[in-house]
Every structure is written in C-alpha cells, then in structure tokens.
Design a protein around this ligand. Structure first.
Ligand SMILES: N[C@@H](CCC(=O)N[C@@H](CS)C(=O)NCC(=O)O)C(=O)O
Length: 221
C-alpha cells in the first residue's frame, strides 16, 4: 500500500515532450509519484508557487526539494533506481551524454520549434529549420545502425531523452518524415511508439484542481 502523503508531487502536461521524458524515466525507475496534470494556459497557483518559472515538468519531493528541469528529474529518479541500466552510458562517458543532451535541448529543439511552429517565430524559415533538424536526425540514424540504440547496447538515457522530440519532428509532417532515408531512425521511433511504456506514459488524466483526489503515477497495475 502506497503512503500517498510521502510521495513526490509531479506536475505534468501530457503532450509536453519534456514531461514525457520525465514520465518515461519515472516509469522505468519504479518510482511512484502523485501526478498533477495541468494546462499551460491556466497554471494553478500551487504549481507556480512550487516553481515560479512555470515550466513542466516539476517534481516536488516530500522534503520540499523542487526539481524543475526534465533532465534533472530523469537523473534523480534513475539515480535512485535504474533497473534497465539507462545511466550505464552516463557512468561510462558523462561528457558525451551532456554534449548530446545540450545539442538536443539547444539547437535541435530550436529547429523543431521553428519548423513545427514557424508562425510563432517572426521571420523563421521553416524549410531551413527542417533541413537543419534533419541533419541531426541523419546523425542519429547513423548512430543507430550498429545496435538500434543511441545509448550503447540497449536503449537508455540518450534514447528516451530524445524520442519524444523526434516524435514531434515527425508529427510536423509525417509524409515528409517517412520519405527520408533514415531507416534505423524510423524503426527506432516506431518501436517506441508501439511500446507498452509509451502507452503507459500517455495515459490521459483529468486536470488537477485543489479538491482533486490524488492520481498515482504510474497507474498501479
Ligand atoms: N528546460 C525545461 C523546459 C521545459 C519546458 O519548456 N516545458 C514547456 C512545455 S513542453 C513549458 O512548460 N512551457 C511553459 C509554457 O508554455 O507556459 C525542462 O527541460 O524541463
């Protein structure tokens, strides 16, 4: 029986790729949290007082510690328990992992936003950002050729940190994406989309409000 009062509180938004990768790591680690689903256009006071910068995901531990960067949430839960060895590559080569995540969250995310949501960025050249993002994805395709994973022999932190963003890149124009010569990348993405873990973290939850009953994540099976 879970003691709900002691569980960390996890502020989430279902479709946010940063929140998705945090939920993936939580589910893989076996940690259990109280999930609070919010709408970004209507952020609850309790969320903003936990983390005034107002981005999801946010994990608030029982002792009040606030972890409000998705990478830090991943590392925190996996640091406690990592049954699938997601951090093996981090232990072997932390610099490589950091460099990859910086590129993913920096230039690639910039390209993704300016390609997928070009109208929100004055003067953004969607085609140029599509091409630049595709350059990164071609590199991933090459890296996937050997083992089908970015993190070594098995899927790990590099894979699950990036898959939600690669999924978004595809959603911007699936026909174009599927016509690109990146067979290993396509297989890798499709296997993720078909996985039980992806279904698990995309479960729909009602929006949180002050009187809401706690939602335990992952849903106890
Ligand atoms: N660096 C942050 C970025 C998180 C982020 O930007 N999340 C978006 C949603 S996908 C957000 O909350 N944006 C605030 C807003 O739209 O008001 C992280 O890795 O956690």
């Amino acid at each position: 029986m879970v003691d709900e009062g002691q569980l960390p509180t996890f502020w989430s938004f279902r479709r946010c790729p940063y929140a998705m990768r945090a939920r993936l790591a939580i589910a893989a680690s076996g940690e259990v949290v109280r999930l609070r689903e919010i709408l970004l256009r209507n952020k609850p006071e309790a969320f903003l007082s936990a983390s005034p910068k107002g981005t999801v995901p946010v994990l608030v531990l029982a002792d009040g510690t606030v972890i409000d960067e998705s990478r830090d949430v991943m590392f925190w839960v996996l640091g406690r328990n990592d049954p699938d060895g997601w951090l093996t590559i981090w232990r072997q080569d932390p610099q490589r992992v950091t460099a990859f995540l910086d590129r993913l969250d920096g230039p690639f995310k910039d390209d993704l936003d300016r390609y997928k949501y070009a109208s929100r960025y004055a003067g953004a050249d969607a085609k140029a950002h599509q091409a630049s993002g595709a350059g990164f994805l071609h590199e991933l395709d090459k890296a996937l050729e050997q083992t089908g994973a970015l993190s070594g022999t098995n899927l790990g932190i590099l894979d699950f940190a990036s898959l939600p963003f690669v999924r978004q890149f595809r959603i911007a124009n699936p026909d174009w994406f599927d016509a690109q010569p990146w067979p290993h990348l396509s297989v890798w993405l499709q296997a993720f989309l078909d996985s039980a873990r992806f279904q698990q973290i995309m479960e729909k939850y009602p929006q949180w409000n002050e009187g809401a009953s706690p939602i335990i994540f992952p849903t106890p099976g």
